[in-house]
Design a protein around this ligand. Structure first.
Ligand code: NAD
Ligand code: 0WE
Length: 264
C-alpha cells in the first residue's frame, strides 16, 4: 500500500540519521511521498544529505527557523521547485542547555524562555503562515512533534515542557484557523528517543529505562514507529483528524501506577 503516493512533503528538523524527522522521512518515502529536507546550517548539511540519499530527496534547502527571511526563502524555493505542498513536518525544538538541568524555578530565565518559545513554538506558526498558499484546498497536512512534558512534569525538562504546552495549543489554534482551507494540523507526542537533542541530557539513559519499565508495551519506541504514525496523519487516511495530539509512546502516558512489587 502506498498511501502517500506522489504527495509532496517538506520536512524541517533532520540533523542526522538518528533524528525523529529521519524516521519520518523514511516512512513517508516508503509510502510513496516525494520529499524535500531542510537543514539548520552548513554544519549539518552533509549529515542531512546522507539521510536524503536513502529517500530520493528532491532538494536540500537551508533554513534557520528563528529567522523570518530564512523561512520565506525556504518556502519560495519549495514553490519554484514544486509549486505546491501536500504536507509539512516540523520536528524542531531548542532551549539553551542551562535551562535543561536543575530546579525549574532556579534555572528559568527570561532569555531562555524567549529562545525556547521562539524556536520550539512560534516557528511552527511561522512555517504555517509561509506555506499556507502552497497548501490551500488540497487536503494538505501540517505535523509537529511534542512530548509528555507538555502536560506532566518530569525532572529537567523545565522550560521545554512549558514550550511544548504552547506547541500543543498552537496545534489546536492552527487546526481551527486552517480547517476552512482543508489543511489539517496535528501533533505526535513521542516517547523518549536517543537523538542529538537528547545527547548530553543528564540521566537520559535512566529515563529510557524508566519509561520502558512502566510502559504497557514494556519497551521504548523507535523513530520508525513515529514515522509510520506521521505518514498516516499526513495522508488522506487521516482526513477526519485535525487538532489532535497522538501519543506514540508505547502507552507510557496512560498509566498512573505500575508494578507494586517494588514497594512495601
Ligand atoms: P534532533 O536533534 O535530531 O532534531 C532537532 C532538530 O531541530 C535538529 O535537526 C536541529 O537542526 C533543529 N533545530 C534546532 N534549532 C533550529 C533552528 N533555529 N532552525 C532550524 N532547525 C533547528 O532531535 P529530535 O529528538 O529528533 O527532535 C525532533 C523533535 O522531536 C523536537 O521537537 C523534539 O522536541 C521532539 N521530541 C523528541 C523526543 C526525544 O526523546 N528525542 C521525544 C518527543 C519529542
Ligand atoms: O524535546 C526534547 C529535546 C529538547 C531539547 C534538547 C536540548 C539538548 C541540547 C531542547 N533543547 C536542547 N538544547 C541543547 O542545548 N526531548 C523530548 C528529549 C528530552 O530532552 C530532555 C528530556 C527529554 C525526554 C531534557 C531534560 C529532561 C528530559
Amino acid at each position: 500500500m502506498s498511501f502517500l503516493k506522489d504527495k509532496r512533503i517538506l520536512i524541517v528538523g533532520v540533523a542526522n540519521k538518528f533524528s525523529i524527522a529521519a524516521g519520518i522521512a523514511e516512512s513517508m518515502h516508503s509510502q510513496g511521498a516525494n520529499i524535500i529536507l531542510s537543514y539548520q546550517s552548513d554544519r549539518l548539511k552533509k549529515k542531512v544529505e546522507q539521510v536524503g540519499r536513502n529517500i530520493n530527496c528532491e532538494a536540500y534547502i537551508e533554513c534557520d527557523v528563528s529567522n523570518d527571511e530564512s523561512i520565506a526563502n525556504l518556502i519560495n524555493e519549495v514553490d519554484s521547485k514544486w509549486g505546491y505542498l501536500d504536507g509539512l513536518v516540523h520536528a524542531v525544538g531548542f532551549a539553551p542547555a542551562n535551562e535543561l538541568e536543575g530546579d525549574f524555578t532556579e534555572v528559568a530565565t527570561r532569555e531562555g524562555f524567549k529562545i525556547a518559545h521562539d524556536i520550539s513554538v512560534f516557528s511552527f506558526t511561522a512555517l504555517a503562515k509561509a506555506s499556507r498558499k502552497l497548501m490551500k484546498d488540497r487536503n494538505a497536512a501540517l505535523l509537529t512533534l511534542s512530548y509528555l512534558g507538555a502536560v506532566r512534569t518530569l525532572p529537567n525538562y523545565n522550560v521545554m515542557g512549558v514550550a511544548k504546552a504552547g506547541l500543543e495549543s498552537t496545534t489546536r489554534y492552527l487546526a481551527n484557523s486552517l480547517g476552512k482551507e482543508n489543511i489539517r494540523v496535528n501533533a505526535i507526542s513521542a516517547g523518549p528517543v536517543k537523538t542529538l537533542a537528547a545527547s548530553g541530557i543528564k540521566s537520559f539513559r535512566k529515563m529510557l529505562s524508566y519509561n520502558a519499565s512502566r510502559a504497557p508495551l514494556m519497551r521504548n519506541i523507535t523513530t520508525e514507529e513515529v514515522g509510520n504514525a506521521a505518514a498516516f496523519l499526513c495522508s488522506d487516511l487521516a482526513s477526519g483528524i485535525t487538532g489532535e495530539i497522538l501519543y506514540v509512546d508505547a502507552g507510557f502516558n496512560i498509566t498512573a501506577m505500575g508494578d507494586l512489587s517494588e514497594v512495601d
